[in-house]
Design a protein around this ligand. Structure first.
Ligand code: ZLS
Ligand code: CA
Ligand code: ZN
Length: 393
């Protein structure tokens, strides 16, 4: 395939739990887990399941969550149901102390918390964490080159606290698993939001380099991840941040992404790479303001795949769900080396009515119109220079 410089096929494995289609953050909530079921529907309809090993795996155990999360928080997740939350005042207070709830709903059913008490919360967490752990184990075993879990990528969750729609940090758990076999792990985060939970977990480590590209402006969540945020102690210059202005397009993005990631690969020489593929950096996202096309987003996957290090692909944000599913399906095709073979026309399948507004096309080869003047993209040159300086320090 022209996408891999060494011409080698990649052995790809893939995690999908159909239970995700029943997970509901509440009416009006931006996070719609059904987008993962939609992605799977597309992947299946394109025949891509024949090019990957399906990871048939158990959910994570509560004990496995303790590799990052604290006991009190894991116990809380195990006890927390919508009914118990309403009837048990102590539980309600504990949940709120840990960033979950209140389940305050308006007349129209809208929910007012980023991290609501959802039905089947613990099952959902154990499923997506189990998927990322199984994917990491598959890479450790050496039988697979790329492992995919589109239900993972929950980069904001903290040790004892839910944050930004994320309850359990499957990324930190997967990286810890990879460190059992690989010496150095590079984490790259192309979600529109700062990968703060993963950065914090490894801020003082020189075994893990974290690199987040994100929209950065006042009032945009979570507000951290400035260019000067570079990690602490032994981990200094092993955390890297690339703050972006809203409106950043494919061209401007890749004038930063390729030199910075290329340099990180060169100086850090990772033994494995984790890529959080949050699709809220796509143009038209309901929460974020970056302007990547599906092709521009997938170029990040293609670029990292080309280095030939074991690669873990995870999901993340993404709030215009037809775009998200199109993007992750196309990235699955990139992973297996079939991006040139995949038709733009979406095959008939149970979710195809979601793609009406995009003319039933994946739009994976449609170039995004440059939204910024070259002058605005030039502002990014100063960021590139600083980031490259951090990498040579
Ligand atoms: O990276 O901005 C915030 C925090 C608030 C504003 C919103 N209110 C509800 C809580 C306090 C300061 N939160 C962000 C979180 C973004 C998480 C991104 C996750 C990821 O993509 C990885 C998965 C935020 N931005 C937008 C919203 N929250 C938001 C918008 C609309 C709604 C509906 C549902 C819930 C409440 C009304 C909500 C949140
Ligand atoms: Ca990011
Ligand atoms: Zn996001």
């Amino acid at each position: 395939s022209p996408s891999c410089p060494d011409g080698r096929k990649r052995r790809v494995c893939y995690y999908y739990d159909p239970g995700i289609s029943n997970v509901d953050y509440g009416k009006g909530h931006s996070m719609v887990p059904r987008r993962v079921a939609m992605t799977h529907g597309l992947v299946a309809s394109y025949g891509l399941l024949n090019d990957m090993t399906r990871l048939r795996t158990r959910p994570a155990s509560p004990e496995e969550l303790l590799a990052f999360h604290d006991q009190k928080y894991v116990d809380l997740l195990g006890r927390l149901t919508p009914a118990a939350y309403i009837s048990d005042g102590d539980l309600r207070r504990t949940a709120e102390e840990h960033g979950i709830g209140p389940v305050r709903r308006w007349d129209d059913g809208a929910c007012t918390n980023d991290n609501p008490v959802i039905d089947g919360l613990m099952e959902y967490c154990l499923s997506y964490a189990g998927g990322s752990l199984a994917a990491a184990r598959a890479l450790c075993g050496g039988d697979h080159d790329v492992a995919i879990n589109w239900s993972g990528g929950m980069h904001h969750a903290c040790r004892g606290h839910a944050n930004g729609f994320c309850y359990v940090n499957d990324i930190v758990l997967a990286i810890k698993q990879l460190l059992g076999r690989f010496r150095r792990v590079l984490y790259v985060d192309i979600d529109a939001h700062h990968g703060d939970g993963v950065e914090k977990a490894f801020a003082d480590s020189n075994q893990v380099m974290t690199l987040s590209f994100h929209q950065y402006q006042t009032d945009f969540f979570p507000g951290t991840g400035s260019i000067d945020d570079v990690g602490d102690g032994a981990g200094r210059y092993h955390a890297l941040n690339v703050p972006l202005k809203k409106g950043m397009d494919d061209q401007g993005y890749h004038e930063l992404f390729k030199p910075i990631v290329g340099k990180a690969m060169q100086v850090f020489q990772p033994d494995a790479v984790v890529l959080q593929c949050g699709a809220d950096s796509l143009s038209g996202d309901r929460l974020a303001g970056l302007e990547l096309s599906v092709g521009g987003h997938a170029e990040c996957v293609r670029y990292l795949r080309g280095f030939n290090a074991p690669l873990l692909l995870l999901g993340g944000g993404g709030y215009t769900i037809n775009h998200v599913a199109s993007c992750w399906c196309y990235e699955t095709a990139v992973a297996v080396g079939k991006e040139d073979e995949i038709a733009d026309e979406i095959p008939h399948h149970p979710y195809d009515h979601y793609y009406r507004s995009q003319g039933y096309k994946l739009q994976c080869r449609t170039e995004a119109p440059g939204s910024l003047s070259s002058g605005e993209n030039k502002d990014a040159a100063a960021i590139r220079v600083k980031a490259l300086e951090h990498l040579s320090a």
